[in-house]
Every structure is written in C-alpha cells, then in structure tokens.
Design a protein around this ligand. Structure first.
Ligand SMILES: [Cu+2]
Length: 499
C-alpha cells in the first residue's frame, strides 16, 4: 500500500491501539474479548467468537520506518486472544492473501483437523478464502498462534512475516500473585540472506558436549568445506522489535516503585534465539511455555529459543528510566528493546549489561527427582548436511530429511504409553525442538537429570544430548520439528503416528 493512500495520522492511531505498551490497557483487568465480532459477519451457523484476517499490511516499526508484511487483523503482533480453559471457541479465519495458509495453535492439545499443520492433515485456509474452526482451548497458560507454512527460500512467507500473536488461556484457578501483566512479543523484520551469523551460543548449559557428536559434526563440516562448499545460507534482519516497535518508538512501560509486574515474553522470531534483561532488576521465572515450574527461580535475565515463552515477575524496586532489551548490543541498538519508566523519573533511558549467566533448564526443575520409566525410548540424532540443498543446509533426523515426497511417519505411538525422546545433536547449532499437540517433561539436560519442567519447545545445545518424556494421550498424526524456520523447511521434521 502506498503511503499516499494511507493517512499517517490514522495509521499511527491504529498502530497505537494495537502495539506497544498499550497492550497493557487491553489486558489489565479486561473482561472483553480481544477481538470483537462485527455484526456484519453474522451468518448461517451463527457468529464466530473471534475473527482473524490474514492480509498483507503496512506495519509501522518506528517513525518513517514502515514495512509491508503479512499480518493478523492488520496489526503486529496479532491480537491477544484470551480464552477460558475448557470453554469452546469458534474462530473464523479469513485469508486475503494469494497463497494458502495454515494457522497453528502452538502449545495446545487440539485435533489434527484444527491444529494447523498440513503435515498432520489440517486443511489449508485457501487463498482468498476462509475457514471456520471450533475447538476447546487447553491447557491453561501462555500459548500463541502463528503461520505454519513451508517458506523454503521465500523470506516473504512463513514466520518471516508478521503472522504471530499471543494467546492466554485463563486457568480455572488464577494464583495471581502480581499487580498486572504485560505481554511482550520479540520479533525481527526485514530478513535477508547471509552466510553465517554471530548468534550467542555459550549461554546454554555449560555441561559437557559429547565428543562423539562433536567429532561427527566437525568431520562432516570439514569434508564439505574441503570440497569447496561455502557455509549454508543463514538469515539476518534489518530491524528488531518488541510488540512491533523498535526501541525508542514504542509506548513506554510505566511502572511504580514496589509494583510486581508479570511479564509474558514470547520469542516470535522465525530463526533467532533472543535474550532479555532489565538493568538493576531480576526476573523471577514462574512459568515456561505457559506451564508453572516447580518453584519460582530468580534470574538476572531471560533466554528464549524460537517459539519459547517465559513468564516472569519483576519487582519494580530500582527507580529510573531503563532499557529492557536484548543482551546482544547490535540487535538492541537496531531496535530489540523497550523502555521501562518509573513514575516521576526523568532523563534518557539507560542500559547496563548484566553479568553473563548460564541458562540451564535444570535450574528450573527438581534436581535428582526420579521420573517414571518410559514404556519406550526413541533415539534421535540430528545432523546437518552443509549447503547440501541448493546452498541451504539440509537437516536430518536419523539420517532422513523430511520432504514433501518423504513424509511417512518415522515413529509409532500407542495411546496411554509414556515415551522418552533421547535427542542427540550432532551439529554445532542450537535447535529449539517443538512437539505438536502434546507437552513434554524435561528429564535429562546435557547429562543432568531433572523433572517437573513441562514445555512444548526446548533448546538442544550444540553437540549436546537431551531427554524429554511425554505421554501419548492425544491420538492423531503429531508433528515434531525444529522451530528454526530454515531448519524445519529443509528437512528437520518428523511425524509420530498412533497405531
Ligand atoms: Cu534447528
């Protein structure tokens, strides 16, 4: 859309009501649905509870910085949807784009008909068409919705676009030991190809890498480079945002001394691992991927792999005007931050880097606690074939790259059984691994036993091992994949089937 057709003032008004700190006013004590159903949409079968419209729209990341991207309801992030656990919802999804879409309800236990993954059999929302879906939201907690199409080399498709929005499923009993909630969606825009990045890798569990995995990964890489192959493509970004606004452009988060603010943080990136810190403040993590952890744990900052969520309480006890932002200086300086302003304080927002710290999932679990023995263990080895797919890295699970002509289920489940995935990463990349339609319990992280941390995405460190357990309690095809878009699109997927 050209700017001449678009009133700048109206645009700012629209963006202002939908993005940035104003999410606060939408969410604090708000009993209204985040999306209202226009009367005009009444039709046979009655009105839907929510309508989501997928369309390419301008998004104002900062003054004079407007990008065109695919959005939900013309905004980024998509509207916060507040469901009630167990209360059925009907949603109309309209697709105004030229390509079929999938809308995935990440972290929920839904049937394959509505989960939002073509690989499981969910019907597409046709180009310039619509689809009405009905489901019972569960489990309670912080979930999200996002597109689930194969982007491949197309940086205008899949999660490279703005198709990401938060979901909060109200539990039947809300503990509510906080003054208010703030939802933050971290997301980059303006993707471009590069040949290798500088992503932080050493924050994750420092516990041993596995020599055998390292040798295998390094040998494969060296052999590829010796043949004259360049490194496979990676993706970098031109702009970085929180709730769709670059640092300095969003509404400030206004706080008062002594307040306890519950931050619900979502990494909505297609490919990046993100971090978040607030100078002089600590984050008391209470939930991961929307699921309460065994006991709250206080950390100097947060790390989130693609699609991970962290809910953490910050006690506002250090008055000032602060930048809450990514610990990567370059990304923060290109927008990955927002400003927290104490009432009555003046001056420029300040950033102070926290001391480096480790993010080890076992810190959030029960140490040494016994977990039930699984009925079966699935061994999985993840490997990279450098630049093997027309310049992109190809990814394999147990030697097999998932592809359109290679989609047969790799693993078989029996309903009611407990399974353990023993994941071995023979690459130096960190993989945010996601299981659809189920959640899993972390049982061993880089050699350390743990229990009680229930997630739907987990980062498996370079050359490390991880074990996760889940109960097969939701029959139907179930997709397992790395949530890094470049990895999932180039082979890093597998299907589980119930037999
Ligand atoms: Cu990956």
């Amino acid at each position: 859309m050209s700017s001449s057709r678009f009133s700048r003032r109206n645009f700012a008004k629209t963006a202002g009501t939908l993005a940035g700190g104003s999410l606060l006013s939408q969410t604090v004590g708000c009993k209204q649905p985040a999306v209202s159903q226009p009367k005009a949409a009444l039709q046979a079968g009655g009105a839907a509870d929510y309508t989501l419209t997928i369309a390419v729209k301008p998004v104002e990341l900062a003054p004079n910085r407007i990008v065109s991207t695919t959005t939900y309801n013309s905004q980024f992030p998509g509207p916060l949807l507040r469901f009630k656990e167990g209360k059925q919802v009907t949603i109309d999804i309209n697709n105004q784009t030229d390509t079929p879409e999938q809308l995935h309800w990440h972290g929920q236990f839904l049937s394959t008909d509505v989960d939002g993954a073509a690989e499981e059999g969910t019907p597409f929302i046709p180009a310039h068409g619509s689809r009405r879906i009905t489901f019972v939201p569960r489990p309670s907690g912080y979930r999200f919705y996002h597109t689930h199409v194969h982007a491949g080399p197309n940086l205008y498709a899949g999660q490279y676009t703005g198709q990401v929005g938060p979901v909060y499923i109200e539990p039947k009993n809300n503990p509510g030991n906080y003054d208010r909630e703030v939802f933050l969606t971290l997301k980059e825009f303006e993707p471009t190809y590069s040949r290798g990045g500088d992503m932080a890798m050493n924050f994750l569990s420092s516990v041993t890498t596995v020599k055998e995995l390292k040798d295998s990964g390094e040998n494969a890489m060296n052999a590829s480079l010796a043949k004259g192959m360049p490194h496979g493509f990676e993706v970098g970004y031109g702009s970085f945002t929180i709730n769709g606004r670059m640092l300095g452009s969003g509404e400030r988060i206004q706080v008062k001394q002594g307040e306890r603010v519950l931050f619900h943080v979502l990494n909505g990136s297609a490919t990046e691992i993100r971090s978040l810190a607030l100078p002089g403040h600590a984050f008391t993590v209470v939930a991961m991927d929307g699921n309460p952890i065994p006991k709250p744990v206080t950390m100097p900052g947060l790390w989130l792999g693609t699609a991970e969520r962290v809910s953490a309480i910050v006690e506002m006890n250090h008055p000032g005007i602060w930048i809450m932002g990514d610990m990567a200086d370059d990304d923060r300086q290109h927008g990955m931050g927002t400003v927290v302003e104490y009432a009555g304080q003046k001056g420029e927002p300040q950033w102070i880097a926290p001391k480096p710290f480790q993010w080890n999932y076992t810190q959030f679990g029960n140490s040494g606690a016994a977990v039930p023995e699984p009925d079966q263990v699935f061994e999985m080895t993840f490997a990279k074939q450098n630049a093997a797919a027309e310049g992109f890295n190809r990814w394999t699970i147990n030697g097999v790259a998932f592809a359109e002509d290679h989609m047969q289920p790799m693993f078989r489940l029996k309903q009611g059984k407990r399974y353990r995935l023993r994941m071995r990463n023979a690459s130096d990349d960190i993989h945010p691994i996601h299981l659809h339609r189920h959640s899993f319990e972390l049982t061993r992280v880089a050699g350390q036993p743990t229990s009680g941390v229930i997630k739907d995405v987990v980062m498996v460190g370079g050359y490390q091992e991880m074990e996760i357990d889940f109960v097969a309690d939701d029959p139907g095809l179930t997709l397992f994949h790395c949530h890094q878009q470049l990895h999932m699109d180039f082979g890093f997927m597998a299907l589980f089937e119930y037999v």
